[in-house]
Design a protein around this ligand. Sequence first.
Ligand SMILES: [Zn+2]
Length: 206
Amino acid sequence: MNTPKVPLPFSIRTYSIKALQKLNTDVYGAVNARDFEISDMACRLMRYNSRVSLWVRKQETDMLGYHLCVMLSWICGLANRLHIDISQALMDSCGADACFADAPFSELQIAFSARHPATQLPSAALCLSEKTQAIASALEYYRTTHAEEHFRDATHRIAQTVEALCVVSSKLGVHLSEELQRHFSYGCSKCRSVPCLCGFRADKVH
Ligand SMILES: [Zn+2]
């Protein structure tokens, strides 16, 4: 017999980036710690980024909202694993106001998107890919050297990726907070549990 699904007590569409990081810990913290190396998590993030690039290139929008918010989920998971406070990184690296630390993520999306009114979608999507790959690159350097500068660079790239994700989403008319509400309001987007019971192990991104 299936266990009845109980909705989360709060609406994700009002969650701040801090609250989204906390939610990600509650849902995926255990499974990520058990099953994924940091490089695996960076790879998952790039996989979903490649899907976003594919759909932008093909001008097919059906899955874009899902893949964009799964990207944000993996960014939160990666930041949690590295003990990076994304809201602080956004202030340090992207000049985000301190008030956005506790503001709904939708306000952050609006603020970042307003900075790039003339940027066209293909350019925004390329920027997102560049920043996402730079996370993996910085983490690879850090793993090899343990040099603080590479960890700072990874933190910087995570913040830049969140900003680029907001810009791409807005160019597509995707409201990330609404997509998160749609796909994560019961916990894991696949098994709809808190904590995740499926392990998000599926090798194939779909
Ligand atoms: Zn799951």
